[in-house]
Write a protein that binds this ligand. Structure first.
Ligand SMILES: Nc1ncnc2c1ncn2[C@@H]1O[C@H](COP(=O)(O)OP(=O)(O)OP(=O)(O)O)[C@@H](O)[C@H]1O
Ligand SMILES: [Mg+2]
Length: 295
């Protein structure tokens, strides 16, 4: 088990500033998600934690040990991390079984134990029927699951996952969400998970960091990000929303152009917008009979 601490990290490629003064602390055993649109810097951040990319400024520590900083650089293989990257790589010349067994052989685990662990992992990623195949005989989604299995096999303290489910169909993706979460809790791993899929972030995370243009817009528990977004970008990115304009006066908001309204705090005055999540809307008949919910 280990925590990951990122302090004031800045990173540019050429003239483009990709990450700006990025600070975050992922605690021991926490499932932390970096959520944001394509190109916002998620993979770059993960690659710096892994040691494949160096920050221009700032420090990164893993389990209390500085791995990036002034005059400090710990190479990826000595950071004690497991990782599955967006462009997953499995060894093409090895069978499925040997791919997953590889990190265990490096650890010099006894043969029988390796067999048991690998078969357990292959079952978890639904690939136990394929142990003798080679990656060229597998679909993209199946290769992705082997990459995940190989990273899990070593049971690292910290696991970096960059959109590990992106090539799977909707059903398998839901299934694997549950499996990854289960493994994370069973082995008490710290997971740093990258996705641009808000429902994945909402269902799996202990904490979400919403990132836009290389900066953290907001961090917090999924429910708080969903219910109390600090500003419009977070509000819209995290889920559907309906906006209604109104005027607040004397503890009541009157919706523009109607006599309808809502009760509100007495200290709110003037023009406001009322934001409503679709799952809060219930449609009922005039007699009060439930007809449907919007979501
Ligand atoms: N090696 C590089 N050289 C130059 N620019 C790069 C390099 N790697 C990434 N970038 C740029 O940095 C920005 C952030 O890229 P990054 O891969 O971190 O985004 P991302 O948030 O992971 O996006 P996605 O969701 O599409 O994977 C992009 O504009 C990208 O073009
Ligand atoms: Mg990426």
């Amino acid at each position: 088990m280990a925590s990951v601490k990122i302090e004031h990290v800045t990173k540019s490629f050429g003239d483009n500033i990709i990450l700006k003064d990025f600070s975050a602390e992922f605690e021991d055993g926490q499932f932390a998600t970096l959520l944001g649109p394509s190109g916002c810097g998620k993979t770059t951040m993960l690659r710096m934690i892994a040691g494949f990319e160096k920050p221009d400024e700032g420090e990164i520590s893993i389990g209390g040990r500085k791995v990036n900083g002034k005059d400090v650089f710990v190479p990826p293989e000595n950071r004690g991390l497991g990782m599955v990257f967006q462009s997953y790589a499995v060894w093409p010349h090895m069978t499925v079984f040997d791919n997953v067994a590889y990190p265990l052989k490096l650890k010099k685990m006894p043969k029988e134990e390796i067999r048991q662990r690998v078969m357990e992992i292959l079952e978890i990623v639904h690939m136990d029927q394929y142990e003798k195949r080679r990656p060229s005989e597998l679909s993209g989604g199946q290769q992705q699951r082997i990459a995940l299995g190989r990273a899990l096999a070593a049971q690292p303290g910290v696991m970096l996952l960059d959109e590990p489910l992106s090539n799977l169909d909707a059903r398998l993706r839901e299934d694997m969400r549950f499996e990854i979460k289960d493994i994370q809790q069973r082995f008490r791993m710290t997971v740093v998970y990258v996705t641009h899929d808000q429902s994945e972030a909402m269902t799996m995370s202990d904490i979400i960091y919403v990132i836009n243009n290389g900066e953290i817009e907001q961090s917090g528990r999924p429910v708080d990000i969903y219910r109390k977004p600090r500003e419009g970008f977070v509000r819209d990115f995290i889920g559907g929303v309906d906006l209604l304009s109104g005027e607040a006066e004397g503890g009541r908001i009157r919706l523009k152009g109607t006599d309808q309204g809502f009760i509100c705090d007495e200290n709110i005055h003037g023009s406001v917008e009322v934001a409503i999540r679709p799952d809060d809307i219930y449609i009922i008949s005039p007699e009060g009979r439930f007809l449907s919910s919007k979501q």
